[in-house]
Design a protein around this ligand. Structure first.
Ligand code: NAP
Length: 251
């Protein structure tokens, strides 16, 4: 059974975040979500709110200082309750090694995948521990890392470094909050077919060819099922991390 009535999804306009929103709606969780694309935010809200207000969209950049506050305030205003689950999906990829990757994109990558994530985690940890000082209501923070944040990859080390950082931050936050009713979990996917590859500038011919030998790749729905599994565990059970790859993916 799901432990939450209201959840917040950072980066819910496509891919894993959007599939998570859908999976949460299937079990009647009300969802506040964010994304930078205003039209996409509006469309998603309209689609899900035909029979009442169940989804609240916030046009926001996840690197902004007030991003998590805006998500939580939007949930409170729309649903009359603060989220007790926060799913951090906003992030981007980048192809290449230290030598071959596009240096002009390094700062943007670090800003969203590391600094933005740190700020969001810190704000959410503060909100979760202030709003419910006791442990009666479990609160969940679920972060999307990557298998390249755990397994060294010569193929994608710059993006991988940002996910190694998340791996460290999530476990340390888990230790810090575990006695205060807050669970912090990491999901580490391999290849998932979303807008991620095109927006990061991966070579789509290479990606499609790779799917012939190592696919079928995961869908965003496969990831959403893992996230929901974490949120459905009874309060005394903590899932540290889930590493999930296409069955034929080698590294
Ligand atoms: N797809 C994969 O193969 C894969 C594998 C391992 C890990 N991951 C991780 O999974 C997470 C989700 O990726 P995905 O595959 O679902 O990609 P996606 O389809 O591109 O979705 C990314 C989401 O993040 C949002 N986003 C990106 N930058 C943002 C920003 N600065 N502020 C606010 N929202 C932002 C996007 O919304 P807007 O564009 O509307 O802002 C979108 O909703 C990422 O952290 C990624 O690193 C993906």
């Amino acid at each position: 059974m799901i432990n939450h009535q209201v959840a917040a999804v950072s980066g819910g306009t496509s891919g894993i975040g959007y599939a998570t929103l859908e999976a949460l709606r299937e079990v009647d969780v009300q969802v506040a979500f964010s994304g930078r694309r205003a039209e996409r935010v509006r469309q998603i809200a309209a689609e899900h709110n035909r029979d009442g207000c169940c989804v609240e969209g916030v046009v926001a950049d996840a690197v902004d200082e007030d991003h998590v506050h805006r998500l939580f305030d939007a949930a409170s205003a729309a649903f009359g309750a603060q989220p007790t689950a926060f799913i951090l999906c906003a992030g981007r990829g980048m192809p290449g090694s230290l030598v071959t990757s596009d240096v002009s994109q390094w700062e943007d990558l670090l800003r969203i995948n590391v600094l933005g994530a740190m700020r969001q985690l810190r704000t959410c940890a503060g909100l979760f521990t202030q709003a419910h000082p006791g442990t009666a209501q479990i609160r969940d923070i679920v972060v999307i890392g990557s298998t390249v944040g755990r397994v060294l990859s010569a193929g994608n080390p710059v993006y991988g470094a940002t996910k190694f950082a998340l791996h460290s931050l999530v476990e340390s936050l888990r230790q810090e909050l575990c006695e205060r009713g807050v669970r912090v979990s990491l999901i580490e996917p391999g290849f998932v077919k979303t807008e991620f590859q095109a927006s990061a500038g991966y070579d789509m011919r290479w990606f499609n060819e790779l799917e012939q030998t190592q696919g079928p790749f995961l869908s965003a729905r496969d990831l959403a099922a893992s996230i929901r599994f974490v949120l459905e565990q009874p309060p005394h059970v903590h899932v540290d991390d889930i590493r999930i790859r296409p069955s034929r993916q080698r590294v």
